[in-house]
Write a protein that binds this ligand. Structure first.
Ligand SMILES: [Zn+2]
Length: 421
């Protein structure tokens, strides 16, 4: 190595050490893990920048510390200014870690950091309000991950987890509301309902208000309750205050357990040029809650024409300008939504971006599923259509095997997959 390269090399080491000593972000790890902190440090800096830009929240101390140990028995803990992590949630290097590990670290480092505002500066009055900080912060870290990577992939990951784990919890003996009425041991309430369903409830509020009003609402929430211990009711009331919306019925998402079901039917009227979506909601009984009151469900829909283009939607009797995607307010047990000016049989794109944590049923034909996979602009709906089509065809093959019929794969599945590539 020539002398000038040696000097450059030494200078780089001195500079790196000086930066580490003066950096406001400090990591404490065991010596063996020193080479696995870079990614978490970068994630922390991105999270700090994102919270400043998206929520206007700046960090309030001179230093921010993370300590990672192998034997911390939870994922991570947001102690003010000194987050404690199980090392699996913070340490990684490309030689030994998967993509999933890197994504998980980015999300958890951000989640704990975001708690500095949603959890520490504004905290919970009592344990019944646990979702106030966890639901909100999971929503915040989910949006952060969506902004750092692919929004559609992140949404699909979240929905998959919610359906697999939270829907199962909501359908079983452990079903409980996002804001529980009672508990025997609070450790048992660190659940997917408090965290993930709680995040879905905040997401619905954010979508109902839209980005600008929601930001006005979170600004007011953080300012008004800074240094205080508050409730989910304070959060919802603040969102009502800034928007003028009445969220009375919406509050049932906090008090009623169980996953609501939407049964949807569509009918096209060629003479009147209308397309009608009939929506029926229900929610199964859960422990202590035999009867459920109707939920306020934001139901995002679009209609596709035969070319796969989104139609301009105009609801009968509605004076607002036509849009190519609409969020229908489902608030009664049975409702009909009539779209006017529809001149051909459309294919409905329903529950776009999974606009509410519900089970939605619509009797799509296989051709319609194929059409959505090939044409819809909503990543979640395309993925959902691909899931349904694959499942139907796998079940058909299984039946053929069981009844000793010749096996015939419906070629439309292959065509649909080719249309995606
Ligand atoms: Zn948390």
């Amino acid at each position: 190595m020539p002398w000038w390269q040696v000097i450059y090399f030494l200078w780089a080491i001195v500079l790196q050490q000086a930066r580490a000593e003066t950096s406001p972000c400090k990591f404490f790890v065991e010596e063996k893990d020193l080479d696995k902190c870079d990614f978490a440090l970068k994630s922390l800096k991105k999270a700090m920048q994102w919270d400043e830009e998206v929520y206007g929240r700046e960090y309030d101390l001179d230093i921010f510390m993370i300590v990672a140990v192998d034997d911390f028995n939870m994922g991570a803990m947001e102690n003010k200014g000194l987050n404690i992590f199980n090392s699996s949630c913070v340490l990684a290097k490309p030689e030994t870690s998967t993509d999933f590990s890197f994504q998980r670290i980015e999300a958890i480092v951000a989640h704990e950091y975001f708690h500095n505002w949603s959890g520490n500066r504004v905290t919970c009055r009592d344990w019944f309000q646990l979702s106030l900080k966890e639901g909100f912060t999971v929503y915040r870290d989910s949006e952060f991950s969506a902004d750092m990577g692919s929004r559609a992939v992140k949404r699909i990951d979240d929905v998959n987890f919610l359906r697999t784990v939270q829907f199962a919890e909501d359908a079983g003996p452990m079903a409980h509301s996002v804001r529980p009425e009672s508990y025997m041991e609070i450790s048992n309430f660190y659940t997917v309902t408090i965290y993930e369903k709680g995040a879905e409830v905040v997401r619905m509020i954010a979508n109902l208000l839209g980005p600008e009003l929601f930001r006005t609402g979170t600004d007011l929430y953080f300012d008004k309750f800074d240094g205080m211990a508050v409730t989910t009711e304070d959060f919802v009331a603040t969102m009502e205050e800034v928007s003028g919306f009445d969220l009375t019925q919406f509050r049932r998402w906090y008090s009623q357990a169980g996953t609501p079901v939407l049964n949807v039917k569509g009918s096209f009227n060629a003479e009147e040029n209308t397309y009608t979506l009939s929506v029926e909601q229900s929610c199964p009984a859960s422990p202590g809650q035999a009867e459920k009151q109707n939920f306020h469900i934001p139901f995002a829909v679009s209609l596709l024409d035969s070319q796969g283009r989104l139609l301009e939607l105009q609801l009968d009797g509605d004076n607002v300008p036509a849009e190519n995607s609409k969020v229908l307010t489902v608030s009664e047990q049975q409702q009909e939504f009539v779209f006017t000016g529809v001149t051909e049989q459309p294919v409905p794109s329903l529950l776009r971006s999974f606009s509410a944590p519900v089970k939605m049923h619509f009797d799509y034909s296989r051709d319609e599923l194929m059409f959505l996979i090939a044409h819809d602009s909503d990543g979640f709906v395309r993925w959902e259509a691909a899931q349904q089509l694959s499942l139907q065809i796998i079940n058909e093959l299984l039946q053929q095997v069981q009844s000793n019929e010749p096996k015939q794969l419906d070629q439309r599945l292959i065509q649909a997959m080719e249309a995606c590539s």
